[in-house]
Design a binder for this molecule. Structure first.
Ligand code: PRP
Ligand code: MG
Length: 206
């Protein structure tokens, strides 16, 4: 029986497809999918979802494997097996803001899509911050006075630059990861092994 892989739509999707192609897979059915969310290839069934939902489908065993950003694993801590780092989706989590950010007295206010990562990061450094949870375009928050700084993903740095913001502190480097459902790993080992092995990369390339 073919395995099911849940793929994160958007930026990671394109990078994963290029990675699959480099490993010799025929990606034509996945690139020509139009608005379809489920595709069958010669090697697996693919379903396309938002990052956090990829983790949910894998956690519930609907998908055997998932391709997801490490930020999702850190923020939501899904009960999945974190199998492998992948050589794409490389970016940084950073604290960013206006170059001459507001000199706020008292607690700093941070806007972010990642309240759990942010709270933990500051707590580990003995600081407490107020979090404003946003769903996207987080860079607007310091510009419009909603927050002092942001915690967000920085990939090329273009979004920060074009909005006049700068990195104030690098928090961590992250990449895409291949995750697996815990039962699938045991029960479908023979069908998953070739796929997983083909995703494995030299440690040096990570
Ligand atoms: C992500 C992230 C940053 C930007 C980083 O946003 O939240 O805003 O990309 O990439 P860059 O450094 O290459 O500019 P995304 O485009 O996914 O949109 P969203 O924040 O509105 O969800
Ligand atoms: Mg953004």
């Amino acid at each position: 029986m073919k395995p099911t892989i849940a793929l994160t739509k958007g930026r990671l999707e394109k990078q994963f497809l290029a990675f699959l192609q480099s490993k010799g897979y025929d990606i034509a059915p996945l690139t020509d999918k139009g608005r379809k969310l489920q595709i069958e290839t010669d090697d697996f069934f693919a379903v396309f979802a938002k990052g956090v939902d990829v983790a949910t489908y894998v956690e519930h065993g609907i998908a055997d494997l998932g391709i997801v950003g490490e930020d999702i694993l850190l923020e939501f801590e899904p009960d999945v097996y974190d199998l492998l780092p992948l050589p794409f989706g490389k970016c940084r989590l950073a604290i960013a803001g206006e170059p001459e950010g507001p000199r706020s007295f008292g607690k700093q206010r941070i806007a972010t899509k990642f309240p759990n990562i942010t709270t933990k990061y500051f707590r580990e450094r003995g600081k407490s911050v107020d979090i404003v949870k946003l769903e996207g375009s987080v860079e607007l928050a310091p510009l419009l006075g909603l927050a002092d700084n942001i915690v967000d993903i920085v990939e090329t740095g273009n979004t920060l630059k074009e909005n006049g913001l700068v990195v104030k502190e690098e928090m961590m480097s992250i990449s895409a990861r291949c995750i697996a459902n815990r039962n699938s790993l045991k029960l479908k080992k023979s069908v998953l092994a070739p796929l997983i092995d083909s995703f494995r990369i030299e440690e040096a390339a990570i």
